[in-house]
Design a protein around this ligand. Structure first.
Ligand code: SF4
Length: 484
């Protein structure tokens, strides 16, 4: 159990100690409080969850919605609701400022609806100075909690609904993983599945290890059970989530590797597609490449963050691999899975980066020929070692290198996308096209987007589609006559 700082309201607590029973107890308590308040207000209480940041946060928000749904709140699309929760991100400094700005709007809603409750959770709340600022200057916020105790949401709602003070519950870390709590997933046919939490890598530019804690893996049997339930509930594709999925299983009493976990997940009847992110090159094993190559279900896509092509900068970033090792990995991947799509993350302008370093990155981009890449300009993040590094690179130099690399990434990605034009490939149909409702939109195994004629009855199904036209980063397609 993490050490916790909390304004404990003076209320007897006959709740069970063990989890998840304790939370089930509080879910019942919360249900009573919500229905009482709804009666008083004369309408069902509404809620809105706003998610900032990564897929890990998106998955956590599905857990927040699951609890709020279960205790009787009704979801709405507006922040002018009875309960609003921001699930925050803190990867970039300016992410925090955005949240403070939006809290201003919420306080104006609360002036008109004094019963409104405002909660904040996620990575930003793991920073002590943020909590102090909220305590001092945002007293209208009812509840603040962090990344380690999201499972306690129902219990915290009860405390917040029965207290006039701001309830703050931030844990520095935890080894606890609580299973089987309600989840409200966004898509009926696909779902994110956490396999592990936290990160031990401490890349020198990254705040994640400080706000998400040490790596802890879920038990394989719990992951398998969750996926079996999801498949029974109509899911055909899962995205296995972790800051660094390749180091899955190391802290388990009976350690297994990520590749071994994939082999077990592969056996689940009815599951059609398996995706995973994020992979760290330093832990990408030959065993994992073998399992991917032999699999019918693991999608032909590997997101393998490079960050920099310069071995000198990679050392400064504390990435634990160099340029040659990275290129060797890509070689192995391509030999074993020739049609694999490889995507990446690249940071331009890391402290001390020279033109030569940027040209090294360009060289890797040309050698690997990525299907796509998220290219970022380095953003100083206080609380990370890199933020204290002297030799911050002048903006114009960074811009020049950024444009040079982005141009190459985009032209290669276009060339690569063209290679699939005319092919017939399986597409998981995900939704009605947002611009044209005579079209549906889906994804190839390599994660590329395809728009094709269709209707809502196709959503959640995998159909063979002829890619009639490549539009740079997406395709137009049609279901071939012979398939209809
Ligand atoms: S692997 Fe590095 S970049 Fe990724 S979350 Fe961990 S510390 Fe951050």
């Amino acid at each position: 159990m993490g050490n916790d700082k909390m304004n404990k309201p003076a209320m007897p607590d006959e709740a069970p100690v063990m989890e998840p029973q304790r939370q089930f107890y509080y879910i019942e308590r919360a249900k009573e409080l919500v229905s009482e308040r709804a009666k008083k207000c004369g309408h069902p209480l509404t809620f809105h969850v706003e998610t900032f940041g990564c897929q890990m946060n998106a998955r956590d928000s599905e857990k927040l919605r699951g609890i709020l749904d279960t205790i009787g709140f009704v979801p709405v699309d507006t922040e002018n609701a009875d309960f609003v929760i921001y699930n925050t991100c803190t990867v970039r400094e300016n992410a925090n400022n955005k949240v403070y700005g939006r809290l201003g709007t919420l306080s104006s809603y609360k002036k008109k609806n004094p019963n409104m409750m405002i909660a904040l959770c996620g990575c930003m709340m793991q920073e002590q100075h943020v909590v102090e600022k909220l305590r001092m200057s945002y007293r209208f916020v009812n509840l603040v909690f962090g990344t380690h105790n999201i499972f306690k949401f129902a219990e915290l709602i009860v405390h917040a609904m029965t207290s006039d003070e701001m309830v703050i519950d931030i844990w520095d870390e935890t080894s606890q993983i609580v299973e089987d709590l309600p989840v409200e997933r966004k898509y009926h046919f696909k779902s994110g599945v956490n396999i592990m939490f936290g990160c031990n890598n401490f890349c020198s530019y990254c705040i994640v290890p400080y706000v998400r804690g040490r790596e802890r893996s879920r038990e394989p049997k719990d992951i398998i059970r969750e996926i079996e339930h999801l498949v029974a509930d109509g899911v055909v594709e899962v995205m296995l989530l972790g800051q660094n999925v390749n180091s899955y299983g190391k802290n388990l009493d009976h350690p297994i590797t990520f590749a071994q976990l994939l082999r077990e997940i592969e056996k689940i009847e009815g599951l059609k597609r398996i995706r995973f992110m994020t992979s760290h090159p330093k832990d990408l094993s030959d065993e994992l490449i073998e399992v991917m190559a032999a699999s019918d279900k693991i999608c032909k896509h590997m997101h393998l963050p490079l960050q920099s092509g310069s071995s000198r900068i990679l050392k400064e970033m504390n990435r634990h691999y160099d340029k040659e090792q990275y290129l060797l990995l890509v070689d192995k991947l391509r030999k074993a899975i020739p049609d694999i799509a490889i995507t990446t993350d690249i940071i331009v302008g890391f402290p001390g980066e020279t033109k030569e370093d940027a040209l090294e990155t360009l060289d890797v981009v040309r050698k690997v020929r990525y299907d796509s890449a998220f290219t970022f300009i380095y953003s100083k993040r206080s609380g990370t070692p890199a933020a204290k590094m002297e030799n911050q690179v002048p903006e114009d130099e960074v811009k020049e290198n950024f444009d040079m690399i982005l141009k190459e990434v985009q032209s290669i990605a276009c060339e690569k996308a063209m290679e699939l034009e005319g092919k017939i490939l399986p597409v998981l149909v995900e939704q009605i096209n947002e611009q044209d409702d005579t079209l549906v939109t889906g994804r190839l195994s390599n994660n590329s987007v395809v728009h094709l004629n269709g209707d809502a009855s196709m959503i959640g199904t995998i159909v063979n589609v002829e890619l009639t036209e490549c539009k740079g980063f997406y395709y137009l397609g049609r279901v071939p006559e012979e398939v209809l």
